[in-house]
Design a protein around this ligand. Structure first.
Ligand code: CA
Length: 252
């Protein structure tokens, strides 16, 4: 059964376009034209994903998202922001949104983000809480990293970079995405900042930083975690224990 997607968007042309795109892909679509109705439908209809505009009458996207999280409704939220609201993306993250799409966006990009969010969350919001890389155990909730009995000192930014890589489940993460979600454009870092943090992480974690096994460069794109070697521990899955991607290991 295809998931149900709730579109909360006040501008009719955008709402209809989104509805058409998603319906054509087989998703079941619900709509709301203001924040108040959006919140009601999110609570009553339990959609699998919400596409949420920021500027909305009655209740804006941030307030709506924050209210959902306050009510412990864990539906994944993809926020639609205008180009001029780049700084607001940080506000959106704080309000509990899972991802962002900057208007105008292409149909392909929209659908890719929707699929990624639904796949990543299995229709539910799930945070990666721990990561195992060889003999290194990284606790992303307590922000600790250990190799055997030894502690590895990572900075908060390095933990955030690892978390983003882990949550992408082996898919590449672009430098721009790191900047958006880890740095939030507050300190005006450059893509070089991302590269420096990756180098530092490799120096601390990789057996041979010059030939990385885990934090792999995807040329022209960014970085990805070699997921065949990463075990993602997931709170929703804790009975089943460890989730390991079905990516074949490239043993030498
Ligand atoms: Ca709007």
């Amino acid at each position: 059964m295809m998931p149900r997607v709730l579109i909360v968007e006040d501008e009719p042309p955008m709402r209809i376009a989104l509805q058409d795109i998603l319906t054509a892909e087989g998703y079941r679509v619900l709509t709301a034209s203001n924040g108040e109705t959006g919140l009601e439908r999110a609570i009553e209809e339990k959609p699998g994903l919400i596409l949420l505009d920021v500027m909305l009458p009655k209740l804006d996207g941030y307030a709506l998202c924050a209210e959902l999280r306050r009510l412990e409704i864990a539906v994944p939220v993809l926020m639609l922001t205008a180009k001029a609201q780049v700084r607001d993306r940080v506000t959106g993250l704080d309000s509990g949104a899972d991802d962002y799409l900057v208007k105008p966006f292409s149909t392909d990009e929209l659908l890719a983000r929707v699929r990624a969010l639904l796949r990543r969350t299995g229709g539910k919001r799930r945070a990666v809480t721990a990561l195992t890389l060889g003999d290194i155990r990284i606790d992303l909730a307590r922000l600790t990293a250990r190799r055997g009995r030894g502690t590895i000192h990572l900075t908060s930014k390095e933990f955030a970079v690892l978390r983003l890589l882990a949550e992408a489940e082996g898919e590449p993460v672009t430098r721009e995405r790191f900047l958006d979600l880890v740095w939030g454009h507050t300190a005006f870092p450059t893509t070089r900042t991302v590269d420096n943090h990756i180098s530092s992480l490799r120096a601390k974690l990789e057996p041979d930083p010059a030939a990385p096994r885990w934090i792999v460069t995807v040329h022209g794109v960014g970085y990805r975690l070699e997921s065949g070697r990463a075990i993602l521990h997931n709170p929703d899955n804790s009975g089943a224990g460890l989730r390991q991607n079905a990516v074949k290991e490239n043993e030498p």
